[in-house]
Design a protein around this ligand. Structure first.
Ligand SMILES: [Ca+2]
Length: 197
C-alpha cells in the first residue's frame, strides 16, 4: 500500500517558505500536511452492506499497512462507495470531501482480478468526466482474486489509459474471496500484513 501526501504542491511551497524565512513562528508543516492513511470500501449488495479498509496510520515506512481481506457473495450485483480518510488525526478526517471538492483533479481507478467484473464508475466530476467514488459491478462464480484501488491526482481523463497518467495519492491491493450463496454465513475477515513498497 502506498500512502503519500495529497497535496504535494502545497508541501513544496511550505518547504520553500521555510527555507526562505529565517524566523517562522507558525505551526510546523505537520499541521498543514494532508495525509491519506486509510482507504475504506463500502460494498452494498446481496441484502447486506459490508466495509473493508486498508490502513497505514503512520504513512510510508514505520508500521506496515493493515489491509483487510474482502469477502463478497458470488453472482451478486454490488454498489461500491470508496472513502479516503486521515486516521492519524483525532477525530479522523474525511479526505473524501476534499477529493469531491477538487473532483476535476481526481480519479479513482480499479483493477480487479478473478471472478469480478470491472467496476463501472457511476459518478462524475465537475466537468462531467468520471470520478470513481461511486461504482457498481457484478461478481462472477465463487473463487478468489484481488482488487486494487488507486486514487490518482491530475490524471489525464481524456487519455484512453487515464489511470496510467497523473500522480498516485493513495493505493492499496485487497485480496478478495467470493462465496457461494450457501446460507451458512460468511467467514470472518482475515487480516494480513503487507510490506510497504
Ligand atoms: Ca507505515
Amino acid at each position: 500500500m502506498k500512502i503519500i501526501a495529497l497535496k504535494m504542491p502545497l508541501l513544496a511551497l511550505l518547504v520553500i517558505a521555510m527555507l526562505s524565512c529565517e524566523k517562522d513562528d507558525d505551526n510546523g508543516p505537520d499541521n498543514e500536511q494532508e495525509l491519506i492513511t486509510t482507504i475504506s470500501l463500502k460494498f452494498t449488495g446481496g441484502g447486506q452492506t459490508v466495509t473493508f479498509t486498508a490502513e497505514d496510520k503512520d504513512g510510508d515506512g514505520g508500521a506496515a499497512p493493515v489491509i483487510q481481506a474482502i469477502t463478497l457473495k458470488a453472482n451478486t450485483d454490488y454498489t461500491l462507495s470508496v472513502s479516503f480518510l486521515d486516521a492519524s488525526k483525532t477525530p479522523t478526517e474525511d479526505i473524501t470531501t476534499e477529493v469531491k471538492a477538487e473532483s476535476n483533479d481526481h480519479l479513482v481507478c480499479y483493477v480487479a482480478t478473478g471472478p469480478m467484473g470491472a467496476p463501472q464508475i457511476q459518478d462524475t466530476d465537475a466537468g462531467g468526466k468520471p470520478l470513481g467514488l461511486e461504482s457498481k459491478f457484478k461478481t462472477g462464480a465463487a473463487g478468489a482474486g484481488s482488487f486494487k484501488v488507486t486514487l490518482k491526482h491530475e490524471a489525464d481523463k481524456g487519455n484512453a489509459n487515464a489511470c496510467s497518467t497523473g500522480e498516485t495519492d493513495a493505493e492499496a491491493t485487497f485480496n478478495v474471496t467470493y462465496n457461494k450463496k450457501t446460507g451458512h454465513g460468511i467467514p470472518c475477515p482475515v487480516f494480513i500484513l503487507t510490506q510497504v513498497i
